[in-house]
Every structure is written in C-alpha cells, then in structure tokens.
Design a protein around this ligand. Structure first.
Ligand SMILES: C[S@@+](CC[C@H](N)C(=O)[O-])C[C@H]1O[C@@H](n2cnc3c(N)ncnc32)[C@H](O)[C@@H]1O
Length: 190
C-alpha cells in the first residue's frame, strides 16, 4: 500500500543530495517498489531531476514496464544491482526482525548508503490515521493502514535491529523520527 509518509522518502533523499552539491550524483536502487503508479512516477521524477540512473527492485514487478526499470528480485536473499544509494520505502514493516537484519546486510554488499523510511508503531499515528485519514478512504484501506502501523517497528526496536545488523562492521547509522511519530528514517552508511 502506498502511504503518504512513504511517498516522501525519495524527496528526503533528494534533499540530502541537494545539501551535498559537491558530491557526485549517485545512482539509486529502491527496494519493494510496489505496483502503484505513483511511486514509479516519483522514481522517474527523481531520475529526471537528479539525472541519475534509478532501478526498482520488487518481488512481484508489474508487467507493464515504465521509464524506470523494476527488476524481479528478493532484496533479502538475492544479489542486488550495485548502486550508490538504496532506498526502502514503507517496505520493512512487512519483514520480521530477522529478515530486516538480512536485508540490511544484503544491501550493504551492493550499496554504500541505505535509507529506510517506514511507519512507527505508536499510538499517535494510529490516532491521527483514525481521525484524519480513515473517514475519507474506503474500509479496506482503513484496515490496511491500521494493520501496517501495527506491524511497524517501534523506534527502539528499529534501533536495536539496525545495530544488530551492523555489529562488527565499520558501518554507522542515524535514525530520525518525524513529529508525532508519523515516520522514521534510518540512514545507514557502509
Ligand atoms: C507496502 S509496499 C510498498 C511499495 C512502495 N515502496 C510504496 O511506497 O508504495 C511493499 C512492497 O514490498 C515488496 N516486497 C516485500 N518483500 C520484498 C523483498 N524481500 N524483496 C523485494 N520486494 C519486497 C512487496 O511485494 C510490496 O510490493
């Protein structure tokens, strides 16, 4: 499911790149691209504006390919295409703790930086979703949205999982939580 918080991840990444104009423009790889047109359009927009090569990775890629190639690949278990930056957009709440550790280590083999954006399991986003989103969308989307927040990691859980995944390596990470816990972003540098 595409969430509003999820849609902002590439933009956050774009802002990070904008703050470092002297750095070379990186290639990017997004994990769990999904089938929705909007994130694919967003990836295409990133590709066009930043003049970088963007590749999507998805367990079940859409049949109709668009401007951004989306590869059929299990981002946890299979070798990923090399990229400067990997972005995971509202995908990791689908994973168990063990799978997330494996994803982080697998991405580390192909990308020097990994941005993970996801939901936060917390009562505030649940309350905000019930008040400001649920009344305006259909009941299936309400159920899906609430279940996604329930499956998300807490900030503490995500911190522990990323620490475990990087233990013994030279990699470092920073975790930022948005106001009202509407999303969390982990920035891993390998
Ligand atoms: C909630 S959707 C997010 C899609 C898109 N990133 C967005 O923000 O709209 C999660 C996607 O991750 C994909 N996915 C789950 N596990 C995966 C894996 N191990 N490798 C690649 N894709 C995976 C699912 O097939 C699903 O399309």
């Amino acid at each position: 499911m595409l969430t509003r918080s999820g849609a902002h991840a590439p933009l956050a990444w774009q802002r990070k790149c904008d703050r470092q104009p002297d750095k070379p423009r990186p290639g990017s790889c997004e994990k769990g691209t999904g089938h929705w047109l909007w994130p694919r359009d967003l990836l295409h927009e990133i590709q066009r504006k930043l003049r970088v090569e963007v590749v999507g990775v998805e367990l079940r890629p859409p049949k109709d390919q668009v401007a951004v190639p989306i590869l059929r690949c299990d981002a946890i278990r299979e070798t990923l295409p090399p990229a400067d930056i990997a972005v995971s957009l509202t995908m990791v709440h689908h994973l168990s703790q063990d799978e997330l550790v494996r994803l982080i280590r697998n991405v580390g083999h192909s990308c020097w930086r990994f941005l993970i954006l996801d939901l936060v399991r917390h009562f505030i986003p649940v309350a905000l979703f019930r008040a400001f989103v649920a009344p305006f969308v259909n009941p299936i989307n309400v159920e899906d949205g609430l279940r996604s927040i329930e499956r998300a990691f807490t900030v503490l859980e995500l911190t522990h999982i990323v620490s475990e995944a990087l233990a013994g390596s030279a990699a470092s990470f920073r975790l930022e939580v948005a106001p009202f816990c509407v999303r969390q972003i982990v920035d891993i540098r390998n």
